[in-house]
Ligand binder design. Structure first.
Ligand SMILES: Nc1ncnc2c1ncn2[C@@H]1O[C@H](COP(=O)(O)OP(=O)(O)OP(=O)(O)O)[C@@H](O)[C@H]1O
Length: 257
């Protein structure tokens, strides 16, 4: 069974067709790149998968289940997590609390347990602390657990956002420009990290990225959008030399040496 199956997906914003007849199937453990010039419709795909916007037409199934019309939190609970182009963290909270908050939102105990500090609450808190620190360790952020998120360098903030997504124990991870603002060394480390978390957490990953070095190194397959339409799909080396793709990025008349 595919992890994700999208068929004939379209989205109109008023008179603008942001996405047109988009189809995509993701198998377990794949890392697939969704690329294309600015305004091509990439983030719209993420927003439709995660239930942020209603679709205009088409279908989306996750693990064989129709997720159309579901609220974003419910889709997240089913196992789809995402990061954002503009990093979304609790900036004034500690790195640890940023991750802890995600685990907290999934605990079974209620306000009364917390107020009375019941054994259930204490055991839960210890477990959440251990799980949060383990995740920070994995993301190479454990030594910064006590710092505020806002004080982290940009690359670390991006990794913290991925840690928060992973705390939700997803099967499908959507990464929106994870390398944005990273220097070449950070971007290269990110490629290794993405592969590592895919293997460690048995994830399927769909990733939007403009840094071609990252895309070519980490993605096993690419889908290219332009003006809301798929103009190419295939292996990175095939897409790299595709004439339509070159024209979409660089303009007509471009050739590859
Ligand atoms: N909420 C919205 N309301 C109206 N138009 C929107 C909305 N969201 C996206 N669009 C439009 O849909 C088109 C696709 O936008 P989208 O953000 O999906 O592109 P993108 O490929 O992610 O671009 P970028 O690489 O610049 O992030 C654009 O023309 C954009 O202006």
């Amino acid at each position: 069974m595919p992890v994700l199956e999208i068929k004939g997906l379209s989205k109109n914003f008023g008179g603008l067709r942001a996405l047109s007849n988009f189809s995509l199937t993701l198998a377990e453990n794949e890392i697939v790149g969704l690329i294309g010039p600015n305004g091509a419709g990439k983030t719209t795909v993420f927003n439709l998968i995660t239930g942020v916007f209603p679709v205009s037409s088409g279908s989306i199934e996750f693990m064989g289940k129709n997720i159309l019309g579901m609220k974003p939190f419910k889709i997240n609970r089913l196992g789809i997590a995402r990061t954002f182009q503009n990093i979304r963290l609790f900036k004034q909270c500690s790195v640890l609390d940023n991750v802890r908050a995600v685990f907290h939102s999934r605990t079974g105990y209620g306000l009364l347990d917390a107020f009375l500090h019941t054994p259930r609450y204490s055991a839960g808190e210890e477990q959440i602390y251990a799980k949060s620190m383990e995740l920070l360790e994995t993301m190479n952020l454990a030594d910064r657990a006590g710092m505020t998120a806002a004080s982290l360098p940009y690359g670390d903030q991006r990794r913290l956002e991925i840690a928060r997504a992973l705390a939700g124990e997803p099967r499908l991870l959507l990464l929106d420009e994870p390398a944005a603002g990273m220097n070449p060394a950070e971007a290269s480390a990110l490629v290794d990290l993405i592969r590592f978390i895919r293997d460690r957490f048995k994830l399927t990953i769909l990733l939007i990225e403009h840094q071609m070095g990252v895309v070519m190194n980490v993605c096993e397959r690419l889908v290219v959008l332009d003006f809301g339409e798929v103009i190419a799909t295939g292996l990175p080396e095939e897409v790299r030399t595709n004439q339509k793709v070159l024209e979409a990025y660089l303009g007509k008349g471009v050739t590859v040496a």
